[in-house]
Design a protein around this ligand. Structure first.
Ligand SMILES: [Zn+2]
Ligand SMILES: [Zn+2]
Length: 102
C-alpha cells in the first residue's frame, strides 16, 4: 500500500482514474446516500487527497451530483457507473469495485 498507483474506472471506460497510494481510510459505509448512489446495501471506499487523483479517461472528470453540503457524488455520464465522491475538503473517495486490481 505504499506508493502504488491504483487504476480503475467505469463500466464503459469513458471515466478512468489513476490514484497514487497509500490509500487512506479504507471503510465500508451503509448510509442512505451510499445505498442510493451505488444500489448496494454497503459501499466499500478508500480515500485519496485530491492532488493524488488524476482523471485519465477520455471523459476527463466524472459527472457529479451535489448530495450533501460537503460532498458531490461522482458518476460516469455515459454508462452511469458510480465512481466515488468528490468532497469540498480536498479529498476524493473512490468506490473499490471500480479498481482494476481489487
Ligand atoms: Zn462509463
Ligand atoms: Zn455513506
Amino acid at each position: 500500500m505504499q506508493h502504488t498507483t491504483y487504476h480503475g474506472g467505469c463500466l464503459c471506460g469513458w471515466i478512468r482514474f489513476a490514484a497514487l497510494g497509500p490509500a487512506d481510510n479504507p471503510h465500508t459505509c451503509e448510509c442512505r446516500f451510499c445505498q442510493q448512489h451505488t444500489g448496494a446495501l454497503s459501499a466499500p471506499w478508500v480515500e485519496f487527497p485530491r492532488e493524488r487523483v488524476t482523471w485519465t479517461g477520455e471523459g476527463g472528470m466524472p459527472a457529479t451530483f451535489r448530495s450533501s453540503d460537503y460532498s458531490s457524488r461522482a458518476f460516469c455520464p455515459r454508462c452511469g457507473s458510480s465512481i466515488g465522491a468528490i468532497d469540498d475538503a480536498p479529498t476524493v473517495a473512490l468506490l473499490l469495485g471500480g479498481f482494476d486490481q481489487r
